[in-house]
Design a protein around this ligand. Structure first.
Ligand code: KIV
Ligand code: ZN
Length: 514
């Protein structure tokens, strides 16, 4: 049983029960065990392991978690009836710290339309359910489903009666995520004030996210005396989900003056838990999700990156390491500035002259205009290309290729030939077996260097849909082999760059003689 001091907020994780009710999020027996082990590593106070009556599979996984997972209280959900409660007990009784969680709706809408009962009947069922659960174990939680839409006087009377019957935790769910923070905080304050025996139980809240306010409502509840928070990893759960554990705990950690409470969560385990739940359920975490989204500690703007490099506190209110994210990410893209780019070159181990770095920065900016993110592999290629030492006699100035079904692949290419600072513009068009072949024939005509293409390989370097393609060609000219490499987000352009790279080598090595 959780001994919770007045100033400690206990975390009740329902990823395996309410979270698993997320459409498409079901997990296998083994997967649930893995998640439960990680929740124990995260040091949640209570794991709601499932709803044992709902299926044989759920019963077995709750039982296995109760048998194998040490540390947290292991809780099972049950409706307010004998069969549910008995089945729940049979699944959780193996835990050293078992809890029965029984619930029934208290709003008139649910009582009349869903349960088709009277308030009096629901009142009696609540008390009887808690008494039965109490006959099995000390730790009993009662939830008044749809509490936030229930008549307050009636809700208070039920809460008082279930505490009298032995409930040690009383949960006030915002089942349909209908509340707003000021309203929900007031409801918790009212319960605290009006329910005579409230000091004998822990007030818990369980907020759904239909208006995107699950976390805000949970925090308002803490301010007004709630000391148990029901939540899930990544905020998964029915419909729009439940309040996200990671957001609540990090709000408390980051704003200690507002929330002078302690908690037992090991925040450094958050990221691992988030990844595990997302991988096992297939419920993807949105990139901009607070705390655990891939962009939560990523900075792209040049101004932000400059600030971050000077002092991380300029743009980070918490450290990524605190939640188990290895480090902040300075994403290099079109908004990035010199400071971040030069720092990345240095981190990648390059010691380059200032003028080379400036030249690379200009090339990086051109690339960043074409690509959303410039990755380390892209930078390595830029450096490789730039310092490979091949002087360019021929540079490509214009390319137009047409190809398709029922179209003869054609390429029109314009190149600039530079010899002793004298520039000459040359252009040609050619047809070929495909757009690359057509381009290569046009280049042959321009340069006057006709080679045998011995090998051509294309591979994606870096990641993402807009990854750069790297083309490597091996050409034979006059008995000798020359290699060429080209990079671009466009594979035809990469192919042309590789070919021209090889041709330039031929021209330079043969001293301009063809
Ligand atoms: O949302 C809800 O009201 C619930 C209860 C069973 C606690 O999930
Ligand atoms: Zn719920």
């Amino acid at each position: 049983m959780v001994k919770n001091k007045k100033d400690t907020v206990v975390f009740f994780d329902t990823t395996l029960r309410d979270g698993e009710q997320s459409p498409g999020a079901s997990m296998t027996f083994q997967e649930k065990l893995l998640v439960a082990q990680q929740l124990a590593a995260l040091n949640v106070d209570i794991i709601e392991a499932g709803f044992p009556i709902s299926s044989e599979g759920d019963f077995e996984s709750v039982k296995a978690i109760a048998q194998q997972v040490k540390g947290p209280v292991i809780c099972g959900l049950s409706r307010a009836n004998t069969k549910d409660i008995t089945t729940c007990w049979n699944a959780i009784k193996y835990s050293k710290k078992p809890r029965i969680h029984t619930f029934i709706a208290t709003s008139d809408l649910h009582i009349e339309k869903k349960l088709q009962k009277t308030r009096k009947q629901v009142f009696d069922m609540s008390v009887n359910a808690v008494k039965l659960a109490k006959s099995f174990c000390d730790d009993v939680e009662f939830s008044a489903e749809d509490a936030s839409r229930s008549d307050v006087d009636y809700l208070c009377s039920v809460v008082e009666a279930v505490i009298e019957a032995g409930a040690t935790t009383v949960n006030i769910p915002d089942t349909v995520g209908y509340s707003i923070p000021s309203e929900f905080g007031k409801l918790i304050a009212t319960i605290k004030q009006r329910v005579k025996n409230i000091d004998k139980a822990v007030i818990s809240v369980h907020c759904h996210n239909d208006l995107g306010l699950g976390v805000a409502n949970s925090l308002a509840a803490i301010e007004n005396g709630a000391r148990q928070i029901e939540c899930t990893i990544n905020g998964i759960g029915e419909r729009a989900g439940n309040a996200a554990l990671e957001e609540i705990v990090m709000a408390i950690k980051t704003k200690p003056l507002f929330y002078p409470v302690s908690y037992n969560i090991k925040t450094k385990e958050i990221y691992k838990a988030s990844k595990l739940v997302s991988n096992l359920t297939g419920v993807v975490v949105q990139p901009n999700k607070a705390i655990v989204g891939v962009n939560a500690f990523a900075h792209e703007s040049g101004i932000h990156q400059d600030g971050m490099l000077k002092d991380k506190r300029t743009y980070e209110i918490m450290s990524p390491q605190d939640v188990g994210v290895p480090e902040s990410l300075l994403v290099l893209g079109k908004h990035s500035g010199r400071h971040a780019f030069f720092k990345r070159l240095k981190d990648l181990g390059y010691k380059l002259e200032q003028n080379v770095m400036e030249d690379l920065f200009a090339k990086f900016k051109l690339l960043a205009d074409k690509k959303k993110c410039v990755f380390d592999d892209d930078i390595n290629s830029l450096v490789e290309q730039s310092v490979s030492g091949v002087r360019e006699v021929f540079t490509v100035d214009y390319v137009n290729v047409t190809s398709g079904v029922g179209v003869i692949p054609t390429a029109t290419i314009r190149m600039i030939k530079t010899v002793k600072n004298k520039k000459e513009i040359l252009q040609e068009a050619a047809c070929g077996a495909g757009p690359v072949d057509a381009a290569y024939r046009a280049i042959d005509k321009i340069t006057g260097v006709t080679v045998d293409l011995e090998d051509y390989t294309l591979r994606a370097i870096s990641s993402g849909e807009d990854a750069q393609g790297e083309v490597n060609v091996k050409v034979k000219y006059d008995g000798a082999t020359y290699l060429g490499k080209g990079m671009s987000t466009d594979i035809v352009e990469a192919s042309i760059n590789a070919y021209v790279h090889a041709v330039n080598k031929i021209v330079i090595m043969r001293g301009g003689k063809k």
